[in-house]
Design a protein around this ligand. Structure first.
Ligand code: ARG
Length: 463
């Protein structure tokens, strides 16, 4: 195909160079944004008198026709084209003749690609926020269901204190809520228009950048044209937010893998989200959770590749930047699919309260409450801690638990013990005494669920 930019050179590039240079396989997906941007540009050129009113109308009709034809499949994107911008302009010129060539007045592919990418990512950011919100809602629903289900809480992966499964699930809801906020922040900052920066220096035409920005739903314009075409912070910010989101998804996946093992047996994943082994008939493998954990590395890689691609670039546009889209699109696609799969796993898994409860009964996770009981009798915490530690050591040595120790045995450690000790170390009581805000008591978890539900209702209104 003859190059639209042939002039200084004859445009007869080597076939391998053409393939190497082409980005249409990646940026073709931005065709809607490219055409929408061009329609706004043509309207601006008409409004400012840079092109005549009837020319404006014909260009806009031509562009709208291309969009319809691409949507309906009458027209397909030519894989041999250099990029989506060249493809649309080429088709417009084929359809309108000389007039099509007027569209590229007072712009450059440098500001055009920056515009298209911002428009595209703005939509994807909204989708990501929606998916996150729906995952959070699933976690709230399940937390409500399991707000009374006692399990051991862990530190260092050692049984630590009793918590509820609902409380544990709500910890993830909090992480994903922050992710919604981070993506929302990135979306707000990306929502300024670079179009009109042109190649890098602005233009001699009397354009109206703010009109064009407004008509595309931007909050403002990039105030420096060199920055307008060089800035890819909006890709980096989104990729950073997604790297953190994936880290959260990966931690949850890791727990799902552990919890669904025979060793833990705390949850059973739905058959819909597990696979069998080709050789071992007894297997039910948590492949989806493992894949989410595995794909986290891809998204970190996308962020790292973006940062590295940009770090040495002199201003303004450099072709290296064409690499940005493959990376940020991969990060977005990966996060979107992982969010959907994770929501499915959460909504369909079932907890095994009896296994959780059994694990909570071993491991002396009420030992802190035993110490607190002695503090209640007037002992300083350090001394109470020491006595309780001695009791745990005694139990381990004699194959007993805090619940099965006799009152006489307790009294052997301190005169302060009376029969009230058994109520003090009762697992339900241990949980429901933790009424501090954010704590594990049923009332406290209910308050967390209510607060998170309120936040997601608000964020749904703003995405
Ligand atoms: N396909 C290019 C990209 O994605 C578009 C911008 C090309 N600009 C240029 N001056 N060659 O970055």
């Amino acid at each position: 195909m003859a190059k639209l930019w042939a002039g200084r050179t004859d445009g007869n590039t080597d076939k391998a160079a053409d393939e190497f240079n082409s980005s249409i396989g990646i940026d073709g997906r931005m065709f809607r944004q490219d055409i929408k941007g061009s329609i706004a540009h043509a309207a601006m050129l008409g409004r400012t008198g840079i092109i005549a009113p009837d020319e404006t109308d014909r260009i806009i009709d031509g562009l709208a026709g291309i969009l319809d034809d691409l949507e309906s499949g009458v027209l397909t994107i030519d894989p041999a084209a250099e990029d989506i911008h060249m493809f649309v302009e080429q088709v417009l010129t084929e359809r309108l003749g000389e007039l099509g060539k007027k569209l590229h007045t007072a712009r450059s592919r440098n500001d055009q690609v920056a515009l298209d990418t911002r428009l595209y990512l703005r939509d994807i950011a909204a989708q990501l926020m929606q998916k996150l919100t729906s995952l959070i809602s699933a976690l709230c629903d399940r937390a409500e269901e399991y707000k009374n289900t006692i399990m051991p809480g862990y530190t260092h992966l050692q049984r630590a204190q009793p918590v509820t499964f609902g409380h544990h699930l709500m910890a993830y809801a909090m992480m994903f809520l922050r992710d919604v906020g981070r993506i929302g922040d990135a979306k707000t900052r990306m929502n300024v228009s670079p179009i009109g920066s042109c190649a890098l220096a602005g233009t001699t035409y009397s354009t109206d950048r703010r009109f064009e920005a407004r008509s595309l739903g931007f909050d403002g314009i990039c105030l420096n044209s060199i920055d307008g075409v060089s800035d890819r912070d909006f890709c980096l910010e989104l990729a950073s937010a997604l790297a953190i989101t994936m880290m959260h998804l990966s931690r949850l996946s890791e727990e799902l893998v552990l919890w669904s093992s025979w060793e833990f047996g705390f949850v059973s994943l739905s058959d819909a989200y597990t696979t069998g082994s080709s050789i071992m008939p007894q297997k039910k493998n948590p492949d989806m959770a493992e894949l989410v954990r595995g794909k986290t590395g891809r998204v970190y890689g996308d962020l790292m590749a973006l940062l590295t691609m940009l770090k040495g670039l002199p201003l303004a546009y450099n072709k290296d930047m064409q690499e940005d889209k493959e990376l940020i699109f991969d990060a977005c696609d990966t996060a979107l699919s992982c969010l959907g799969i994770t929501e499915g796993m959460i909504r369909t898994m079932s907890a095994r309260p009896e296994r959780m409860r059994a694990a909570a009964g071993e491991g002396f996770i009420n030992a802190t409450d035993l110490a607190d009981y002695l503090v209640g009798k007037g002992l300083p915490f350090r001394s109470a801690y020491k006595i309780s530690g001695g009791i745990v050591a005694y139990c381990i040595k004699n194959g007993k638990t805090l619940e099965t120790l006799s009152l006489d045995e307790y009294k052997g450690f301190s005169d302060l013990f009376d029969s009230g000790v058994f109520a003090a170390i009762d697992m339900e009581a241990c949980v429901n005494r933790r009424t501090s805000e954010g704590g594990t008591s049923v009332a406290s978890v209910e308050a967390q669920i209510a607060a998170v539900r309120e936040s997601i209702n608000e964020s749904e209104l703003t995405t």
